[in-house]
Design a protein around this ligand. Structure first.
Ligand SMILES: O=C(CO)COP(=O)(O)O
Length: 254
């Protein structure tokens, strides 16, 4: 099954009302490949989701950057999956390394969130990735496999999951993974899915790369056979995000 190229923009904890409106303005004007070729999802902070959703062109979609692990209630400061459903937010990013590392979200907690969001009909961009220390000690594949396994143990249907490989050492550092480094881990993740979730899941699940992707390095990464798109941080706040979306055509011409 062909995997549609996926480009996500993770705006993280950035922006004012005026700034997010400016981003939406350049996105709305952009000439990009059609929805048949690339799926574009931008993820503003919670408070800007309604305004971005209301102004954004209809062929682009929005994602939350997190949500609560189960049904809402007495959980001060949290946002529930039910609220995202209520606002018709179709996607959520879960397990980002900034939450795993700074907020101590464990593999198990992330996988509970993934399972709960899916149960509420929200599609999930699930993030995995190793730290520099883990890469240097040779445990990259073990780390990403354990993160993926935790999810696979709680999820049987992968149709609404996009797996984002985001090496922590590449995030916000300007040190992008080389195309070969990204391809190696993506291929291993696909093999892991093949062996543990089945051939169909492995063939159809999008595995996207994140970590210092920009307008200059995206094409070479996009050309890798197991790179099905990107999760972009810093560059998703800038007009060069449009160039990253356009890198989908590299795939089409392969
Ligand atoms: O964390 C990321 C996307 O989720 C990547 O961030 P940067 O593109 O800023 O490195």
């Amino acid at each position: 099954m062909a995997r549609k190229f996926f480009v996500g923009g993770n705006w993280k904890c950035n922006g004012t009302t005026d700034e997010v409106k400016k981003i939406v303005t350049f996105l709305n004007k952009a000439e990009v490949p059609s929805e048949d070729i690339v799926e574009v999802v931008v993820s503003p902070p919670f408070v800007f989701l309604p305004v971005v959703k209301s102004l954004l062109r209809s062929d682009f979609h929005v994602a939350a950057q997190n949500c609560w692990v189960r049904k809402g209630g007495a959980f001060t400061g949290e946002i529930s999956a039910e609220m995202l459903v209520n606002l018709s937010i179709p996607w959520v990013i879960l397990g980002h390394s900034e939450r795993r590392l700074i907020l101590n979200e464990s593999n198990e907690f992330v996988s509970d969130k993934v399972a709960y969001a899916l149960s509420q009909g929200i599609k999930v961009i699930a993030c995995v990735g190793e730290t520099l220390e883990q890469r240097e000690s040779g445990s990259t594949l073990a780390v990403v496999a354990a993160q993926t396994k935790a999810i696979a143990e709680k999820v049987s249907n992968w149709a609404n999951i996009v797996l984002a490989y985001e090496p922590v050492w590449a995030i916000g550092t300007g040190k992008v993974a080389t195309p070969a480094q990204a391809q190696e881990v993506h291929a291993e993740l696909r093999k892991w899915l093949h062996d543990n979730a089945g051939a169909e899941v492995a063939a159809s699940t999008r595995i996207i790369y994140g970590g210092s992707v920009n307008g200059a390095n995206c094409k070479e990464l996009a050309a890798q056979p197991d790179v099905d798109g990107f999760l972009v941080g810093g560059a998703s706040l800038k007009p060069e995000f449009v160039d990253i979306i356009k890198s989908a055509t590299v795939k089409k011409n392969n």
